[in-house]
Design a protein around this ligand. Structure first.
Ligand SMILES: Cc1cc2nc3c(=O)[nH]c(=O)nc-3n(C[C@H](O)[C@H](O)[C@H](O)COP(=O)(O)OP(=O)(O)OC[C@H]3O[C@@H](n4cnc5c(N)ncnc54)[C@H](O)[C@@H]3O)c2cc1C
Length: 508
């Protein structure tokens, strides 16, 4: 059994960011378990054509590591992946990562006050602090449609793209019209023979105005980093200014409706097609999307929109509710990800054998999205209610990296064995969040993945992102129960916070 100060799960932006923050505090005694063979997380696994960010590049990066090499104003998956690789190298994170190692179980040992983290290579690692950074969008969701396994052609989920399937000239069906569909459809339309998009609900789609950066711009940002920081700051405040409309004044979102309609009218002449591509729910209730090429894709002769509802999948294709069979060679599931508690990738047992998924049920809660009562010294990255409706998730994540690093510093150098957030404090905060969101666009009546089955919201942060950042600056020690166990000898091997402790012993 090996021992470390901090065990992190996941080497996406989250896990790497926590690693960097720990290093900045002088803490080298940490391991990152990553199930995949490389860094990058969702940006490594989502390789479908057209995959890109819908937050501007200058804002979708770590604030401390601006990237003058961005090639366009909204980065492609490839550029973002290159950036994460660069960060992992620049901050010497790779030697802390155990690739191809999946965490299967984590248990808090109450007697020793440590986490025992089991991995699929049969090893158990003890850690004072446990940080799941497993991502909110990593587990593909397949729709419950009769006959799903009977299809004889190639079936691909956008989150697990298969490059070996040649789409050239094929009859391709895309299930879905959300964030990944609006990217994959325009990207493959020129290549395929016939493309049929099966839409259940239309999305609000605003213009993206993506543009390529010139080499002169890139050279300027390299030479004058403050110029790039100024662009970032301007983007940050522009996006932040959208929050009041989402949270308190949904009527202001009418502007979004007008932008959608103008975008649509420019691309599509047929009024019936325009009607089908216009949502009936209020803007902002589900994720609002951005694209310059989604509507123009439907002006192509080889692209058809079907809104009749999917009845079942057959060996030849899809039968819609009007009884028509649409013959397909390839079926693409652009149906998103499993969200929230049911998607949590392994069992986590805390005090009194409390199990995280069972404890949460369908309403996940965590104090500031990070600490769950009964799970001491565990800090979630992008846990409940830390999803942004209007800006980059990395703004929230950076505040979380610092919070973990400050707690790690305290725990590894202080006398307390563990901190457990008080249940009443956590619950009171969650209730407050629900009250704050009561009039928001997210609760304006549509069914969306933002919401729990009972209509409550465990996804969104109900406020400005700067509120979150400011509130997370200090440790909220008063919100936690501090416990100091008498016998510390068993943990003595994990007290140190200096030196590349496990580099030889743990790295594969
Ligand atoms: C297609 C797509 C587009 C997106 N666009 C945007 C956007 O425009 N703006 C935005 O703000 N956000 C966007 N996101 C959200 C994006 O996921 C986050 O911004 C960010 O990448 C999350 O990083 P993360 O490290 O928290 O999680 P992830 O990137 O999901 O990384 C989690 C890592 O944990 C690993 N892992 C999971 N379980 C285990 C286990 N049991 N053992 C070991 N390792 C495990 C996974 O392999 C993965 O590498 C997008 C996501 C996707 C999928």
């Amino acid at each position: 059994m090996s021992a470390v100060g901090v065990a992190i799960v996941g080497a996406g932006f989250g896990g790497i960011g926590v690693g960097i923050a720990l290093k900045k505090k002088g803490i080298e005694d940490f391991v990152i378990f990553e199930g995949e063979p490389g860094v990058g997380g969702s940006w490594r696994t989502n390789t479908y054509p057209g995959c890109a960010c819908d937050v501007p590049s200058h804002l979708y990066s770590y604030s401390f590591e601006p990237n003058p090499r961005w090639t366009e104003s909204f980065s492609s998956q490839k550029d973002i992946q290159r950036y994460i690789e660069h960060c992992a190298d620049r901050y010497d994170i790779r030697r802390h990562i155990r690739f191809n190692t999946r965490v299967t179980d984590a248990r808090f040992d109450e007697e020793q006050g440590v986490w025992k983290v089991s991995t699929d290579d049969g090893e158990v690692t003890t850690a004072r602090i446990f940080v799941p950074a497993t991502g909110a969008l990593s587990h593909p969701l397949y729709p419950e449609i009769e006959g799903r396994d009977s299809f004889l052609g190639a079936a691909i989920h956008t989150a697990r793209w298969d490059d070996t399937v040649d789409l050239t000239g094929k009859r391709v069906g895309v299930l879905g019209s959300g964030a990944s569909a609006i990217q994959v459809v325009p990207a493959i339309a020129p290549k395929v023979g016939q493309l049929t998009v099966f839409q259940r609900t239309a999305s609000w789609v605003l213009p993206k105005h993506n543009r390529k950066f010139t080499s002169t711009q890139q050279a300027r940002w390299k030479r004058l980093p403050f110029a790039q920081q100024a662009v970032r700051l301007a983007l940050y405040w522009t996006m932040e200014s959208a929050l009041p409309a989402l949270m308190w004044y949904p009527r202001m979102l009418r502007v979004g409706e007008l932008l959608h309609k103008r975008n649509l009218e420019r691309a599509i002449r047929d009024p019936e097609l325009r009607r089908k591509l216009t949502p009936t729910y209020k803007v902002g209730c589900k994720r609002t999307l951005v694209s310059d090429d989604w509507f123009p894709a439907f002006a192509r002769d080889n692209v058809t929109l079907v809104t009749d509802g999917v009845e079942r999948i057959t060996k030849n294709g899809i039968v819609t509710k009007d009884g028509k069979e649409h013959a397909l060679d390839v079926l693409i599931y652009a149906t998103g990800y499993q969200i929230g508690a049911p998607a949590y990738p392994f069992q986590v047992h805390g005090l009194g054998d409390r199990e995280l998924r069972a404890y949460w049920g369908t309403r996940s809660k965590a104090y500031y999205g990070m600490s769950v009562a009964g799970f001491p010294n565990m800090f979630l990255i992008m846990g409940p209610n830390t999803g942004p409706g209007h800006t980059s998730v990395l703004i929230y994540q950076e505040a979380q990296y610092a919070y973990v690093a400050n707690f790690a510093d305290r725990l590894l150098n202080g006398s307390e064995t563990y901190f457990d957030v008080k249940e009443d404090v956590m619950n009171a905060q969650w209730d407050k969040f629900q009250r704050r969101m009561a009039g928001s666009s997210w609760l304006s009546g549509c069914s969306s993945w933002y919401l729990n089955p009972d209509g409550s919201n465990s996804t969104m942060w109900p406020g400005f992102s700067f509120e979150y950042v400011l509130q997370m600056k200090d440790l909220h020690l008063e919100a936690y129960r501090a416990v100091t166990l008498p016998a510390r000898s068993s943990r003595s091997s994990v007290q140190s916070n200096s030196g590349p402790v496990f580099a030889d012993s743990l790295q594969k």
